[in-house]
Design a protein around this ligand. Structure first.
Ligand SMILES: [Zn+2]
Length: 268
């Protein structure tokens, strides 16, 4: 696209970002490395050079550092929503992904429910974009992240920050009875559970029955099927199923322990 057309297209967002930057006292806010005074400059940089990897890495590391968010993370949401709305629809849209990770975080000054309440217009717009993008995912991995973003804007915890374990093909959790650290691998069929103590046996995951899914799990499974991602739909059944702890042999309900699973948000 010609530089001039870019400038015209981005003008409303530049204006919006400028007014946000004007209204927000960024220097009084904090990100992962301290004062957030540099955030408006980084947002403006991302706006003009949307493919600049370094700018996005800087924004991710400051505003959503390994899943942790800060007081400066939430006021960035309007600018991120504005940017996402100006970019072509795609399976992965960087500002939308960062906004989703900020909203879903359970490690920051605000609960995700509070964030959804504080930014209703932005969240509604981001939700609609995330839903539209599901159809545009190139593969299962991109679809899992797109679906996790949608769950973020719909406030569907814990899927809003754990669904990507299906993209990672692995998650760790603690046995709720004996505390053994368990690793679930989704790479094998059926998925397997391994204890930290490798002398212990490897146990299989028993998937949930699709007919017994309800709420967000049922919605996620249906969306995966409707968008032609059968392998993801099957994995959602595994993630909603159960396994046997190799150490104490108790049955572990995976969906019940998901919230405490080691499932750090993407980015660093
Ligand atoms: Zn156990």
């Amino acid at each position: 696209m010609a530089e001039r057309a870019d400038a015209v297209l981005l003008l409303p967002i530049v204006t919006a970002s400028a007014s946000i930057a004007f209204m927000t006292d960024w220097a009084s806010l904090r990100h992962a490395y301290g004062s957030a005074a540099d955030v408006p400059g980084l947002l403006a940089g991302a706006l003009t050079e949307v493919d600049d990897r370094q700018v996005w890495d800087d924004l991710w590391s400051r505003l959503c550092h390994q899943g942790t968010v800060y007081s400066a993370s939430y006021p960035a949401l309007p600018a991120l929503a504005g940017m996402a709305s100006q970019l072509p629809a795609a399976g992965y849209v960087e500002p939308l992904a960062l906004a989703a990770a900020i909203v879903a975080s359970n490690d920051g000054p605000e609960d995700f429910r509070g964030v959804l309440r504080d930014y209703p217009g932005e969240i509604a717009a981001l939700r609609d974009m995330a839903e539209r993008n599901l159809d545009l995912a190139d593969d299962d991995v991109e679809f899992v992240y797109a679906l996790e973003a949608l769950m973020s804007f719909e406030g569907a915890s814990p899927w809003n920050r754990t669904l990507h374990v299906l993209a990672d093909q692995e998650m760790t959790l603690e046995c709720p009875r004996c505390g053994e650290q368990l690793t679930i691998s989704f790479e094998s069929m059926p998925p397997t559970t391994t204890a930290l103590d490798d002398d212990l046996p490897i146990t299989p995951v028993t998937p949930a029955d699709a007919a017994q899914l309800y709420g967000a799990a049922a919605r996620i499974q249906t969306l995966a099927l409707n968008h032609g991602h059968g392998a993801v739909a099957k994995s959602v059944l595994d993630l909603s199923g159960s396994t046997i702890c190799p150490a104490c042999e108790v049955t572990v309900d995976l969906s019940a322990t998901l919230g405490s699973a080691d499932a750090a948000s993407p980015g660093s």
